[in-house]
Write a protein that binds this ligand. Structure first.
Ligand code: KMT
Ligand code: NI
Length: 219
């Protein structure tokens, strides 16, 4: 096959293939949380390593014509979701009746400074953290199994849905683009959505979700 054709075929494949998550081990000293904070040389983290830690990933590019509100708590899909069939199907399959939408900028997120600080505190939740980035981007940092490089930084951009399993220590920050619009999806089996962070410490370490995580993924 001539080189031109090869290149064109490759481009088509890239367009139809789910975009994989990009992740890397973080450097030891973090002075700017919004910087990439890679090790030198860069140490990428592959999809299998993330999977073994319980991180799941789906690619849901936003269909043409679907416009989500800047902020909605909760978000009750109307005609928008009718067009976003993949998300509707995903939510039905995973029993995620509750969702909200936040846009993380000073103008659109009430109590912006404190929220950003809270997101970047190492924490767990008693339920999975499921986030679909609708616009912009950000970093989910998760604890690795590597004592010499204890944090993995995962870049999430528009169209990417990430699931961090309940009980996994993590934190979130905007990147240098300073904007993320996200749909937060919650299981409603417990009756109401569980978004409370439990910061690193005794309560989190002793939490049943933490024991569950350790048994399932660190065993
Ligand atoms: C959390 O609990 O860590 C978050 O909700 C992060 C912000 S959502 C992109
Ligand atoms: Ni969280």
């Amino acid at each position: 096959m001539p080189t031109d054709e090869n290149a064109s075929k490759k481009r088509k494949m890239a367009a139809s293939a789910p975009k994989t998550l990009e992740a890397w081990y973080m450097c030891d000293e973090v002075t700017d949380q919004k910087a990439e904070n890679r090790r030198s040389p860069n140490q990428p983290v592959d999809f299998e390593t993330l999977g073994a830690l319980g991180v799941k990933y789906e690619y849901f590019p936003q269909p043409e014509g679907v416009v989500y509100p800047v902020s909605a708590m909760p978000w009750s899909p109307k005609e928008d979701e009718a067009k976003d069939e993949k998300i509707a199907a995903y939510r039905a399959e995973h029993h995620m009746d509750y969702a909200d939408i936040i846009t993380i900028t000073p103008a659109t997120l009430p109590d912006y400074d404190n929220k950003l600080k809270a997101f970047f505190e190492e924490h767990i939740h008693a339920d999975d953290e499921v986030r679909l980035i609708l616009e912009g981007s950000g970093y989910f940092d998760v604890r690795s199994r590597n004592k010499d490089a204890p944090w993995i930084r995962i870049l999430c951009t528009a169209g990417q849905l990430i699931t961090l399993p309940k009980g996994m220590y993590h934190r979130f920050t905007l990147d240098s683009n300073d904007m993320a619009k996200a749909m937060r999806l919650f299981h409603t089996d417990a009756g109401s959505p569980i978004w409370t962070p439990i910061n690193k410490g005794k309560e989190a370490d002793d939490h049943p979700a933490r024991s569950h995580y350790k048994q399932a993924f660190l065993g």
